[in-house]
Design a binder for this molecule. Sequence first.
Ligand code: NAD
Length: 506
Amino acid sequence: MAHLRMGRREAANRNVVETIEPKSHPVRSWAEDEDVTLDPTRDLFSIQFNGKKRSAAFEVTGNPCPMRSSVLAELDKRIRNKSARIGIMGMGYVGLPLATEFAESGFSVTGIDLNEERVKQVNAGASYIPDVSGDQLTCLVTAKRLSAVSGYEVLSELDVIIMCVPTPLRKTRDPDISFIVAAAEQIAKHARPGQLIILESTTYPGTTQEVILPLLQSDGSLKAGQDFCLAFSPERVDPGNVQFPIKRIPKVIGGVTPTCQQMAMQLYRQIMQRVVSVSSPTVAEMVKLFENTFRAVNIALANEMALLCNRLGIDVWEVVDGAKTKPFGFMAFYPGPGIGGHCIPKDPMYLAWKARLHGFEPRLIDLADQINRQMPHHVVGRVAQALNDRKKSLNGAHILLIGLAYKKDVNDMRESPTFEVAEALVQKGASVSYHDPYIPSAAFNGNPLHSTALSPERLQATDCVVLLTNHTSLDYDQILQHAPLIVDTRHQYGLAQQRNGHVVGL
Ligand SMILES: NC(=O)c1ccc[n+]([C@@H]2O[C@H](COP(=O)([O-])OP(=O)(O)OC[C@H]3O[C@@H](n4cnc5c(N)ncnc54)[C@H](O)[C@@H]3O)[C@@H](O)[C@H]2O)c1
């Protein structure tokens, strides 16, 4: 018999527990922190609170719960002694750092990616993600702890498979989970008993339970919690954030069954400082969307404040900096030229879509999206106004955009507001070039452009510089000294420069 302890949150409701299923367990109330004896051959439990069925989070205490089947017991052992072979599907901004973390901790890791170029680069020890150094990658590849392939045959040899594939939006701004489905179909095709499958891609609540689980069980030969394990654990990495590398960010985990939960917790305990158990994959999916929606909404509030402060002649950064001196109840968010990257502009739309499916109108999420999406146009308005004040027009002006990455010190230009700013400027007759130390070339509206090297002559030849990304390595003094006009969307130059010189704020 296994000793299980009720999860803390459920234990708070201890007085209203009415029944536990399977029915073989006695109907009774449980006390907080009480050990409950359950039959280890049954791993799917649900409990009734006041007549309502709820899933229960169980925490194993004392001796670990014996795994239901010998294949899963073997998997558990292999994870603990780090002989489990780990596969990461999708070697991008999420997958590559995760793969290196597992490899660093002693596991043998195989990256699987459809992008042949990325596969070649991994195997050559050449990193394309700023958070992973080339030296680190080379060491792991040379030590044969990390390699990459572009085919799926390897899937059946792996003990653990983690999906880190993209989750974009369709043109209609609805979720596109086709990459997840394609990856899961390949896993199902190569599945064997004794594997742990984890989805890390950000997605709408219900994806793991309603889409992935049926796919993996479709031929009826394998059952979750018995033959294989399935869990959702959102990736919360913040690219470029050296203070919080992957292992320092608590890992939220929701398993399809308690056995799945335990197995996934066991895996992440090997590399993470803290793992956090939630009662289902759907809760874990919602946790991630809530976090990023929280950011999107608060950024929208900061952006709205910026637009208002602009009318009132107040500097919004000074306001935020003043407000953040309050030691409680306030968290600083800053305005900017718009939101970008593969998370903040997109994740709230996943949630909004799911809400609408359930007849719920997500008004705050939609409003935040509208405000954030208007910021690139506000920037263009500021440029036009600043030129006009100097008796110049946008039509015919040469504008140098500084920063193409969506945030500082990364090379990720997905959804970057710089593209929208450039497009609007060109539509109004301006000619546009860009500089970004992290992105040597890019396609603007289908036209290839190369990053312009900064020099005094180059800066003097522009009508206006628009600072859109405040990369640490930029020579801000040089820009300030030589550009005739600067629209500073990041408050890099502060209030003093705006008052005295040729710098215009957001
Ligand atoms: N980038 C971030 O900062 C971040 C942070 C947290 C969560 N996320 C989430 O993580 C997921 C991945 O994001 P990313 O930024 O790493 O994306 P990415 O585009 O950088 O990498 C995804 C990789 O998956 C590969 N791929 C696509 N389909 C595949 C398949 N069927 N098999 C194997 N490989 C496949 C692509 O070729 C690509 O290299 C997304 O859901 C994203 O929302 C991203």
